[in-house]
Design a protein. Sequence first.
Lengths: 513, 405, 367
Amino acid sequence: MNVSETAIQMRDITKTFGSVVANDKVCLDIRRGEILSLLGENGSGKTTLMNILSGIYFPDEGEILVDGKEVKIRSPKHAYDLGIGMVHQHFKLVDVLTAAENIVLGLPGKGRLDMKAVGKRVLDISSQYGFEVDPEKKIYNMSVSQKQTVEIVKVLYRGADILILDEPTAVLTPQEADKLFAVLRNMRDDGKAIVIITHKLHEVEEISDRVAVMRRGQYVGGMMTAETNAREMTNMMVGRQVSLNIERHEPKNAETRLVIENLSVIDVDGVKKLDDVSFDARSGEVLGIAGISGCGQKELLEAIAGLQKVESGSIAYIHPDTKKAEELIGKNPKEITEMGVALSFVPEDRLGMGLVGNMDLADNMMLRSFRQGKSAFTDRKSPRNLAEQVVSDLEVVTPGVSTPVRKLSGGNVQKVLVGREISSVPRVLMTAYAVRGLDINSSYTIYDLINQQKEKGVAVIFVGEDLDVLLELCDRILVLCGGKVSGVVDARKINKHEVGMMMTRLGGGEVKQ
Amino acid sequence: MKRIITLLLALAMILSLVACGTAAKGSDDLKVGVILVGDENVGYDSAHIAGIKTAAAAVGIADDQIIWKYNIEEDESCYDTATDLVEQGCTYIISDSYGHQSYMQQAASENPDVTFISMTGDAAALSGLANFKNAFNYTYESRYVSGVVAGMKLAEMVANGEVPATSIDADGNIKIGYVGAYPYAEVVSGYTGFYLGVKSIVPNVAMTVTYTNSWYDPTAEAEAANSLISQGCVITSQHADSTGAPSACEAALEAGTPIYCVGYNIDMLSVAPKAALTSAQNNWSVYYTYALGCAVKGEEIKTDWAAGYAEGAVQISALGESCAAGTAEKVDEVIAAIKDGSLKIFDTANYTVGGAPVTTYLAIDTDGDWVGDTGEAIVNGVFEESVLRSAPYFGIRIDGITELQ
Amino acid sequence: MSHIQTEPFVRITKRQDIKTAKAWLIRLISVVLALAVCGVVIYAMVKLNPIKVYAAMWKGAVGTPKRMLVTARDTVMLLCIGIGLAPAFKMRFWNIGAEGQILVGGIATAACMIYFGKTLPSWMLFAAMFVASMLAGALWSVVPAFFKARFKTNETLFTLMMNYVAIQLTSFFVAKWENPFGSNTVGIINQMTQAGWLPSLFGTQYMVNIILVLLLTVGMYVYLKYSKHGYEIAVVGESERTAKYVGINVQKVVVRTMSLSGAICGLAGFIAVAGSSHTISTSTAGGRGFTAIIVAWLAKFNTFVMILVSVLLVFLEKGAIQIASQFDLNDYASQMITGIILFFILGSEFFINYRLIFRHRKGGEAA
């Protein structure tokens, strides 16, 4: 359909960080009028390669040709001059400025800045590709998806015709992702070259024309999307056969373990984060929590764990032996943990909570247990043993238990965190974003771990972002919308679109009508 | 790492032993250590430096026989420096600031073979240490003479009608001011000398004294002078070591306020050519020539030494262009009177306290309560300053002077 | 297009890991380079033989037994404050208030010496001084810690302001205890009786100071590395959120750690007053509360490395004084030398963390 012309050729790109080879003689072509998916597990070198292209890193070896001419890309600005722009996973926007102001920020200009002209051009670009963006709107008033739009417009405004997007859908609802894809297709049809870094296979299949797969810093192959399938891509990514099915058994002997009634939480700014939330969690069952980001998932889990001040309502823990209900509100996090309610919360920066990046594995194991014993000194031996056990049980890839956690890859960090929480033999296990940013292989290890806990009779609460996974893994799904319960649904009997609707509108609108 | 430290320490030991081995004694090897609170940039210290250099040349002590230590704070670093100088082989150690005294005394008690001279100090006699000395000049004499210079100017201003009405207080006294460092006897003795000098020419004067609580603080001294000027003072003097106050006076005079000043130690004409009249000065070389002479000859130095105009130990600097006519002649006359003993500055007939003459004053404190308990200073109706010990002890606040705290 | 076709001349990349030996080699090279640069500067400015100047520095710092002792005394003083700051900074609590904590510790010590010097038996006097100095220091640091824990006030500004309060308080007590009257200095306290003066040990002055601080060095090392409190400090410092998440009472840890930090700084005041100066003045802390921040950070809170850093800083200071005296330079010249050496040493940390990559020769040919 499109006449693809090669925009960029990367030849034998090598980049090392210390002793780590991030890119090893990678060759890649990027063509105009085409959407290329750059696929690979975490740490396979996708982002490094694209950072080289956008001028953030400089390669140790290799050459880059833009439109057939060799270039040395020295800085992000230089990359822009060459028409290369990148939209990063973490937005780089100034909250108190408007969209238009953010877009022109840092651009050279003469004399007075004509914001009207800027606004007009922003609208022109938007209408050309089907964006919706209000140039006058302040960033802090925007949703995640709107912010992303501003980032993309910012790149286009600078005249980029080669666009790189790093995991653009990670923060979007299915509906928002659909919108983004439509825009990307328009841009492709306009002759722009687009690269998407991702590891979500269904997105690859949906949006891209061509796939390039990377594994451990090397380019392992590429093909037209139409000519491949998810299994083949996964095998290339991982380097061996992988099963893509999550085993889901029917819950056995489900007993109510947690009863949440009329829970309301107001944050420091006076915003109601949770509004009259009621549900229960049962043993031997995975309860999924779905919702667009920031609609109260975090507050809900933190309230249960005793980390969040509660405005009203109750959280009752039903003891498995005595069947007696015990109120959790008013207890401190330590007491709640000791009762068997464990929280493994993986925040956006992975290490911000739950693990200490600069400490080694063994010291991180101590976080939960270091108070044990009367001695003024810490017991170093048992955490070390536990760390070794977690490393071997969960196949954590690490040079040893004395390695600082921050040096581990994302998947391994999560395994350490989940492994530690499980080691305390919890009755209730809460995980939030347990597979955030993880590659397929690691994700499935985590799903297996969660299922094992479910089999052991633990009540699991799983906050997830990927609806496909929620639908496959969970038994029931609690859908939150703006801090309110939009509904509790049977994961086996609902589809992704219906959940998506419930996430954006209480009760799901369309579904009920 | 431990090994490296051990190695370093061992090395340091060896080097230090080598250094120690060179310390020898002998009259040609006489070594003098000098501890200065400031350096040559500070008027007070430069006066001492000049005095020591002159004295050394006079008695035949070579430059390399003197070890100078500049900017030594009035804390344990003075003690450290003193003991360090002892280790370097100094047998005479001089410190120039009053605040050094207690540290010098401590060093003296630990090093009986070394003579410690604490200039302007007051504790030598009471300490009972044979190797601990004090010395002071009759600074009140030069202050009195500088007061006479100021008084002549004031008389001229009165005659010319240059004293504004705001500068005369309710009792009809003309306001003059004084910037002091700290409120203790050395300063009190000095400002009283100055005041009596002015009063000897112009009887109706009242003086305000303000303190900076520092020996050397150009900013605070300028501020103090400005405050005095704004209160209406037409003459200021100072017992502080910087050019801050004269500079402020010069600026005010330029701006049209009638104000003249008398400095201390430094000739102020360079910073205040119009406003400065003269400065009371010490000629420390007189004492240093005596003390270093004793050192060279191996004689004992007096525990307390004090001298004034008679020996040439005090003086005033060259008169400024603003001085009144006849000042030089008057000054010569007063100096002559001081020298021949016909003028007793602190004669109790010259001042009162609470309207009554002073008849008795105990100068020396032995029990540590800062109130004299022995040593009658008033003999035959004259307060004898710096006779019982070298450091001034005239602590009487006389009528006509107001201290601001 | 006018795009530059060459790669940049030099690029900076972060090192993943560096071997300890290599890191120390870089530090050593930086010191050598610093000495070389200083040599050039010295020669260019004052035409002195740099070797002689360095010899003078050496002589000034450790040239005689007394100087070695003074250097050691000042080193342990700086070290003591560094040890006091270590737990606070490890907790990422910016305790800029050591200066004030030392002063109030010193005031408390001096007060005991002045008021109880004649009445209490020696051991009780020392106990009172010791405890009072620590309490005073702790009080001074607990105030900002409490406000930080409770109201999230900025501890940097708060502790800094507390310094000024302490300085004024010191001025007040100096005026109250001045000796002689009107001199505005306290002079040597108990000069005759020597009550409350730390005695000589093994015939050496300041030995008590040295032993006390070395004990603290070991104690703090063990405390930070092996105790539960030390572990909590590390967790709070690395991530307050994580600390809350695992149920650490962050407010309690902050207040407790800061009391410890302040108490040790107060103890430094005790050592300064009872162990060396036997007086109190606004210069008792003498800026060491700030210098010790460099000590703590440069040593990355390892108290044994702090010994090295303190030795170096005090060595430079003493050397500078000697240069000034011996060659009749003013202080500024010698302070410049100290500045250059410190600049290189701090700069070496950059080369330990980053690597410079120069343009390939091959790239040059291509261009």
